[in-house]
Design a protein around this ligand. Structure first.
Ligand code: COA
Length: 170
């Protein structure tokens, strides 16, 4: 069963305004431990040992880059951007996550707005991403930002209806 896909037909958006002390920047080697902590907290199902972390994983040939939101209390969030191979005008959002200690500040939304700027500077014009049915805070973030569902497999209409139903009750 495939993940749910969302599409945003434009990369135009307001510039992000981060809470005081939070800075969006490109991942650097010194961020590796902080990035690992964010990824482990956000994606428990994956192994974030050295072989799966940092430039080795995130320096995808079509990569826009791996970015972090840094704070005085360490790395708060991350997002990675790729150019989608099947549609070179589409920026693909990969592994976006906010450490639980920093949630509730819309850092996910802000990191996406920053990533849109990166996508635009690489000549891209649209964005897509894949997610899981149960990631409701993420899906709410995407919908609020103007992403819309793109059906990529039979049966996804019903899954989307269930997601929308769940969001309407939270
Ligand atoms: C998705 C994620 C990045 C959002 O973190 P954040 O930017 O701090 O988001 P917030 O906590 O500010 O919440 C974002 C929105 O979701 C809503 N939300 C929070 N918990 C929710 C829940 N359990 N169900 C539904 N909506 C929820 C918030 O009210 C907010 O809505 P609003 O923008 O209308 O006010 C974060 O939850 C995360 O890292 N999750 C784990 C990793 C993940 O799922 N990544 C996405 C992979 S596709």
């Amino acid at each position: 069963m495939r993940q749910l896909r969302l599409h945003r037909a434009s990369l135009e958006a307001d510039a992000p305004t981060y809470p005081a002390g939070y800075i969006f920047r490109r991942f650097a080697e010194a961020d590796a431990d902080g990035l690992r902590q964010v990824l482990e907290a956000c994606f428990e199902e994956s192994d974030w040992g050295d072989a799966n972390l940092g430039p080795q994983t995130f320096a995808h040939p079509k990569g826009i880059g791996c970015f972090v939101v840094a704070s005085p209390r360490g790395i708060a969030a991350t997002v990675t951007g790729l150019v989608w191979p099947d549609a070179p005008h589409e920026g693909y959002v990969h592994y976006i996550g906010v450490h639980p200690d920093h949630r509730g500040l819309h850092l996910g939304r802000l990191a996406l707005l920053s990533l849109f700027q990166q996508f635009r500077s690489h000549g891209l014009s649209e964005s897509i991403l894949d997610t899981d049915d149960w990631r409701l805070p993420a899906i709410r973030t995407y919908l609020n930002l103007g992403y819309v569902p793109r059906i990529v497999e039979e049966g996804q209409e019903g899954r989307w209806a269930a997601v929308m139903d769940a969001l309407s009750t939270t």
